[in-house]
Design a protein around this ligand. Structure first.
Ligand code: IMP
Length: 190
């Protein structure tokens, strides 16, 4: 069975393919000739994941799954959430995003936050979603050099290191994305 993962990231593709049963052949967007930007206009993380998977099914005919992730900060009513990539503007600058978040939390005691990944899977007419959460707190300063995005200011619960101070192999044991992918793989393997 051919299944599209709506991503251009070859590392992500390889990683997930290695975890899937042999009868599933994963294809990336470039392999199906999808080079345009897929619209992501929903105001929820779930909505964007669904929009991307349905776009591929509708325009290219392939069964597909798509992921979308955001960082939700409790005292900011879930912001930056679906706007995590462009919190500080359309340039999608990770440093500026973190600076803005730290500024908005400057006087706040409650720094609870969670990363949320939603994967939406469209097979035929059927739609399923799988959610992975990683809970933690936002630090008061950036620490660590690994990873990307908000990693230097996210301290996962139960750890004394930020995501950016953890090795990728350690982050992958507990991350929101790994948890959502695990649910997807269990579903596809059953
Ligand atoms: P995407 O949906 O995977 O593109 O994620 C959207 C945005 O959320 C990214 O541009 C990052 O700002 C942030 N983000 C997603 N996953 C992570 C992560 O594992 N660590 C830090 N930031 C992340």
């Amino acid at each position: 069975m051919k299944l599209v993962f709506a991503t251009n990231n070859l590392n992500k593709l390889k990683e997930v393919q290695a975890l899937l049963p042999d009868h599933i052949q994963l294809l990336g967007l470039s392999e199906i000739g999808c080079t345009e930007d897929i619209p992501e206009t929903s105001d929820t993380i779930e909505g964007n994941a669904i929009q991307k998977a349905e776009y591929v099914k509708k325009h290219y005919g392939y069964d597909c799954f798509a992921d979308d992730t955001g960082l939700e900060v409790k005292i900011l009513n879930g912001d930056p959430g679906v706007y995590s990539a462009r919190y500080a503007g359309e340039t999608k600058d990770a440093q500026a995003n973190m600076d803005k978040l730290l500024e908005n939390l400057k006087d706040k005691n409650n720094r609870e936050a969670q990363f949320k990944t939603v994967i939406s899977l469209k097979i035929g007419e059927k739609l399923d979603t799988f959610t992975g959460i990683c809970s933690g707190t936002i630090t008061s300063e950036k620490k660590g050099k690994q990873g990307f995005g908000y990693d230097p200011i996210f301290l996962p619960d139960g750890y004394e290191k930020t995501f950016a101070e953890l090795a990728l192999s350690e982050k992958n044991l507990i991350s929101h994305r790994a948890r959502a992918i695990k649910k997807l793989i269990e579903f596809l393997s059953s």
